[in-house]
Design a protein around this ligand. Structure first.
Ligand code: PHE
Length: 355
C-alpha cells in the first residue's frame, strides 16, 4: 500500500539546547496567517525532550484555533522548555532559562510573542523582556498587563454560565455541582468563584498541598482519579491536557465538561466518544481564551481594562453560538468550533478587533 505522508502543518519549529540552561527549548510557530503568532511559554517536566516537542506542536496549533475563534488578529505559537523529571530550579537557573527562551523569540523577529503558561509567571515574562519586546503579561509595575490567570478564569466562568444554560436550561451556578481538576492559578480562581456563587465543589490536584485551599473553601477534596469520575453536573479540567481518552470517557459521570486546560482530548476523535455518551464538551480552546484576549487588548490595542474584560466575557456568547450551531447541525461542539475557526482563518483579511 502507498503511504501518504502527513503534511507538515506548522510554519516552523525551532529546537535548541539553551546555551545558558542546557535545557531543550522549543518554539513552535503554527500559523501567522491572521497575524503574529502568540501563545504561552510552558515550563514542565517531560520524560524525554521529544515529548515536549509533541506537546509544543499540539499546543501551538490549538493557539491558532484559540485566537481565530476569539476573533483576534493573531496566529498560534507556543514555547516549551523541557525540564528533566527530577530537577528543581533556583533563581539563577530560572533566569538562564528565560534568557534562552528570549533569544529564540528574538531570533524569530516578531513572528511569535510569548506569555505565561503552566510553570511560568509574570516575573518570568519580565526576565524574557530583558532580551526581547515580544512578550506579554509582565508585572504592571514594569508596564505589562500582569497575571492573566484571573482573566482566563473570568472567561471560563462566562462559559460555565453558557454551558449550564444550554444543558440545564438555566445559567445559574448556585446549587450546581462541579469538579475542578487542578488547582493551579486558573483552577484556584475558579474554585473561589464557584464557591462564592453557591456551587457545590469537588476539587483535586496532583500536588496534595493544594488541599489547604479545598479546606479553606469548604470544598470536597478527592484524589485525581476519583474526581475525574465524580457524579457532578460539570467537570472542569484546569491543569494539564490529555485527560479524556477512549479509556477514561466510559468512566465519566458528568453531564458536561468545560474547563481551561489546553488539549484536554488525547485526539480529536475523542470528542465523538463524549458526544455518544451524551456529554457536552465545551471546546477547550474556545473557553480558555480570556488570558490572550485581555493581554492583547490591553498591551497591543491600548484598550482599558474594562473594555478588555467585556471582550473576555464575550466568550460566553461565542460558546453559546457554538453549542447552538452544533445542535442545529447535529454535530459535536468540537466540529462546530472548528468550523468557526476555519471560516475565520480562511477569510482573505484578518478579522480586526474593531470589527
Ligand atoms: N497560557 C495562555 C494560553 O494558553 C497564553 C497566553 C496568555 C499568551 C496571555 C499571551 C498572553 O492561552
Amino acid at each position: 500500500a502507498r503511504t501518504i505522508p502527513t503534511p507538515f502543518d506548522h510554519e516552523q519549529i525551532r529546537i535548541r539546547r539553551g546555551p545558558r540552561s542546557g535545557l531543550t527549548v522549543i518554539v513552535a510557530v503554527h500559523s501567522t496567517f491572521l497575524g503574529q503568532a502568540i501563545g504561552g511559554c510552558r515550563l514542565a517536566r517531560y520524560p524525554h525532550w521529544t515529548n515536549a516537542v509533541t506537546d509544543a506542536l499540539r499546543l501551538s496549533a490549538a493557539m491558532t484555533h484559540k485566537c481565530a475563534v476569539a476573533g483576534l488578529p493573531n496566529g498560534g505559537g507556543k514555547a516549551v522548555v523541557a525540564l528533566p523529571p527530577e530537577v528543581t530550579l533556583d533563581h539563577a537557573a530560572r533566569r538562564a532559562i528565560m534568557h534562552d527562551v528570549a533569544d529564540m523569540i528574538a531570533a524569530l523577529d516578531g513572528a511569535y510573542a510569548t506569555g505565561p503558561d503552566v510553570g511560568t509567571n509574570p516575573a518570568d515574562m519580565a526576565t524574557i523582556a530583558e532580551r526581547t519586546r515580544h512578550v506579554f503579561c509582565r508585572p504592571p509595575e514594569v508596564g505589562g498587563s500582569g497575571d492573566s490567570s484571573g482573566h482566563t478564569a473570568a472567561g471560563v466562568v462566562a462559559a460555565l454560565h453558557a454551558v449550564c444554560n444550554a444543558v440545564f436550561g438555566s445559567p445559574q451556578l448556585a446549587g450546581r455541582r462541579f469538579a475542578i481538576l487542578g488547582l493551579g492559578r486558573v483552577g484556584a480562581h475558579l474554585a473561589r468563584h464557584l464557591t462564592a456563587a453557591g456551587a457545590e465543589l469537588i476539587v483535586t490536584d496532583t500536588d496534595t498541598t493544594k488541599r489547604q485551599l479545598a479546606d479553606e473553601l469548604g470544598a470536597t477534596w478527592q484524589d485525581p482519579d476519583c474526581a475525574l469520575q465524580a457524579d457532578v453536573d460539570v467537570l472542569v479540567p484546569a491543569a494539564l491536557g490529555g485527560v479524556f481518552t477512549p479509556d477514561t470517557v466510559p468512566l465519566l459521570r458528568c453531564a458536561a465538561i468545560a474547563g481551561p486546560a489546553n488539549n484536554q482530548l488525547d485526539e480529536p476523535a475523542t470528542a465523538d466518544l463524549l458526544h455518544e455518551r451524551g456529554i457536552v464538551w465545551a471546546p477547550d480552546y474556545v473557553i480558555s481564551a480570556g488570558g490572550v484576549i485581555h493581554a492583547t487588548a490591553v498591551e497591543l490595542h491600548n484598550e482599558t481594562s474594562e473594555q478588555a474584560t467585556a471582550r473576555v466575557l464575550g466568550i460566553g456568547d461565542t460558546l453559546e453560538r457554538i453549542l447552538d450551531d452544533a445542535k442545529k447541525a447535529s454535530v459535536t461542539p468540537a466540529a462546530a468550533a472548528l468550523e468557526l475557526a476555519r471560516q475565520r482563518i480562511q477569510r482573505p483579511h484578518a478579522p480586526r478587533l474593531d470589527q
